[in-house]
Design a protein around this ligand. Structure first.
Ligand code: BGC
Length: 724
């Protein structure tokens, strides 16, 4: 449904003075001329009102000229509950929406089409709730396992991030709502996010940390971008001339608006000169009567312009970008889409993403799937089995229309299977194993045919360091990779009582499994899988759905194995310095595990299926510096299934050292039993280049390149060499 914007009429009045009526009536009237005309109508004070917040989630509007406030909302996995204008949660609004699986679960689908569908749901629900900008996707690189916000992000690999975020952004924006890609840049940890200064090589910046943002701008045409809290090479993310002006706007040609993260501007002149278009945040000091004109980009800008200390053309430039987004989305002189809310179709998309994003990590002797006709009883053990996670995480919280927990899913999808539930542990920070709870769990495990243990991390509802549940939450990193709440002891006792134990891990990423992983036959990574997550998990466990998710990040065995820890620095907040040097450089994730020969617990791209796939027939042809690669994938098992075929490139000899392999293509294919398909992947010149930071440019060192094809970064089934 489309509704006519009420602002169109007012705008026509405003512009009449500067444009001829005839021109105005022309169908192809040029937007930039309209914007220029509108800017001329605005007073200095009105323009300044537009470049800072007018409440916690809106920018200033100019009603006289039909310029609305820009209404923003978190977050990346569903439209956040209403906060009124300044933070108080409004309990009377219809704000329980479709809670989508978290970003890392979406990435684990390796299905860009689902990225688009995901974004469409989000855009549609945002439109329904009257939001103009959805504050997502979050696409910071997953550098280490402890980052409290890894669940919101996508991957350790820039290619996978790029492919998944483009679909998401287009999906949101096709619903007439702007996406806001965040947090640009180097916000790879929550610990000290407000103070640290990140230093990294130009090569790491270009090869690892920037490609997702570049794709968001150039391939997806994202309308808005959020700067980060941290400093980058000595300048705050919101004042970084290099990141915002030179790279984003000049080099990449970004036309939309840059907004700050909330309260991330620190200085008027620096923000003003260096590319910040809109200062967002909450005037916390002034609550309950906030005065947003006191923001750095508020009255001070008026004063400095009047005093001749800041140029007005830069203000016009910022206003132009804001108006550009408003015109583009029909907020002015157009039509805003109405959107839909809590539809069956939205819930089905959430289910599909969860079904394709949950990863089967281990399945010895084909313990899974469980046969509902032969398994009589299941002991479901673990707090997470019965815990709703949707309001966790911080700004990405969602008030879910409903949320199917793993326990509920296992019950409703299980037919006659008897479920014996035991909580097993309590969520208490620093809490050890409670013997009474362990005894109950062991009793349930002993009397049941099979155990499904659901534990792992938990989604924090509050995000301070003291909160019991502050794991996978904004503003705080995990302290270590160890299973919290005494789960190791519990799990070992449960496995001893019943070795047929399936371990389901929830969370934003890796957890230390070393104490029990060799003793349990089956492990599933279930992330936080949205409002249908429990159904998706149960369908996989019972074999109604064949798992097809693949890890979008490496799972190290222990924290010390991770490059941010092993090579440093993380978190870098020593007494002497707040600088975090990314000494791991380009060796993030599998690039490190390969190069430094460290065995991960589960490799990047890993994920099992209930069927098996055979790879054959690798063919490669080259033309200039591009290559066409094709190969055949066959389903050699008894059930239908999907495989994510992955293509990695390795350069045999180059001037600067390069990783052992880098993901440069992938395709998810659905195959019936016995069916085979040919996969064709085109590799353009970019797939072979690297950033030479001696020459400060992308280079192609000609020579031999290995083409590696397989079902994960460590199960390469086909390889060949091309010469370019
Ligand atoms: C977060 C952003 C979020 C914003 C608004 C900040 O603290 O870092 O991701 O969009 O708050 O809630």
């Amino acid at each position: 449904m489309i509704k006519k914007s009420s602002f169109g009429k007012v705008w026509m009045l405003a512009i009449a003075a500067t444009c001829s009526l005839q021109a105005n009536a022309q169908a192809g009237f040029d937007t930039s001329a309209k914007i220029s005309a509108l800017i001329k109508q605005l007073t200095l004070e009105e323009k300044v009102k537009m470049i800072h917040a007018s409440s916690s989630f809106t920018s200033g509007g100019v009603p006289r000229l039909g310029i609305p406030e820009l209404v923003t909302s978190d977050g990346p996995h569903g439209v956040r509950p209403e906060h009124g204008r300044d933070w108080e949660l409004d309990n009377n609004s219809l704000d329980s929406g479709t809670y989508m699986p978290v970003g890392v679960c979406l990435a684990a689908t390796w299905n860009p089409k689902l990225g688009y569908d995901f974004g469409s749901v989000l855009g549609s629900e945002a439109a329904f709730r009257g939001k103009n900008v959805i504050l997502g996707p979050g696409i910071n690189i997953i550098r280490g396992p402890l980052n409290g916000r890894n669940f919101e992000y996508e991957s350790e690999d820039p290619f996978l991030v790029s492919k998944m975020c483009v679909g998401y952004i287009k999906g949101v924006q096709d619903q007439g709502v702007s996406a806001c890609v965040k947090h640009y840049l180097a916000n790879n940890q929550e610990s000290k996010r407000f103070t640290i200064n990140v230093e990294m090589s130009e090569r790491a910046l270009r090869e690892i940390y920037m490609p997702g943002f570049k794709a968001a701008v150039q391939e997806a045409g994202v309308n808005t971008l959020m700067s980060s809290y941290n400093k980058f090479r000595g300048q705050w993310g919101s004042h970084s001339n290099y990141l915002l002006e030179q790279v984003l706007k000049k080099e990449w040609g970004f036309k939309g608006l840059v907004m700050s993260d909330w309260n991330a501007v620190h200085n008027t002149a620096q923000a003003y000169w260096n590319g910040m278009d809109l200062e967002m945040g909450t005037d916390l000091g002034m609550l309950p009567n906030p005065d947003y004109s006191k923001f750095f980009l508020g009255d001070t800008v008026v004063k400095l312009i009047k005093a001749g200390k800041l140029p007005e053309y830069l203000l016009d430039e910022k206003v132009r970008r804001i108006l550009y987004v408003m015109f583009k989305t029909g907020m002015i002189d157009g039509q805003v889409k109405k959107g839909e809310y809590n539809t069956k179709a939205h819930q089905q998309t959430a289910l599909k993403v969860a079904e394709e994003g949950i990863v089967l990590l281990k399945n010895d002797n084909n313990l899974l799937p469980l046969n509902k006709n032969t398994v009589k009883s299941i002991a479901v053990i673990g707090y997470n089995a019965d815990r709703k996670q949707s309001m966790g995480g911080g700004s990405s919280q969602v008030r879910a229309f409903y949320e199917i927990t793993p326990l509920a899913g296992l019950k409703t999808n299980g037919g006659k299977v008897k479920i014996n539930y035991a909580k097993g542990y309590d969520i208490v920070r620093g809490g050890g194993a409670d013997q009474k709870l362990i005894d109950e769990a062991v009793a349930a495990a002993s009397k049941s045919d099979v155990v499904v243990f659901v534990g792992g991390w938990t989604h924090g509802f509050r995000y301070d360091v003291w909160a019991d549940n502050a794991y996978d939450a904004e503003d705080i990193d995990k302290q270590d990779m160890k299973m919290p709440f005494g789960q190791d002891e519990l799990l070992k006792a449960v496995i001893k009582a019943n070795p047929k134990t399936v371990v389901v891990l929830m969370g934003g990423g890796a957890i230390d499994m070393t104490q029990w992983v060799d003793k349990t036959p089956a492990v599933l990574q279930a992330w936080y899988a949205g409002l249908e997550g429990g159904n998706a998990l149960a369908k996989i466990i019972y074999g109604d759905v064949n798992p097809s998710g693949k890890l979008p990040m490496s799972f190290p065995k222990k924290l010390e194995d991770n490059p941010s820890y092993a090579l440093g620095e993380y978190p870098g907040d020593t007494a002497q310095s707040l600088i975090v040097h990314y000494l791991d450089d380009i060796y993030v994730g599998y690039r490190y595990y390969d190069k430094f020969k460290v065995e991960p617990q589960f490799a990047f791209g890993h994920g099992l299926s209930y069927t098996s796939f055979d790879y054959s027939n690798l063919k490669m042809t080259t033309a200039g510096n591009t290559a066409l690669v094709s190969f055949t994938v066959k389903n050699t098992g008894k059930v239908a299934g999907s495989e994510v075929a992955q293509l990695y490139v390795h350069q045999q000899k180059s001037l600067l050292p390069r990783p052992e392999k880098e993901l440069k293509g992938f395709q998810k294919i659905v195959l019936a039993p016995g069916e085979e398909k040919t996969v064709t992947i085109t590799l353009n010149e970019d797939a072979f280049k690297y950033f030479n930071d001696v020459k400060n440019t992308w280079v192609m060192d000609n020579g031999n390149f290995d083409i590696l094809v397989g079902g994960s970064s460590r199960t390469i089934k086909l390889n060949g060499t091309i010469t370019l």
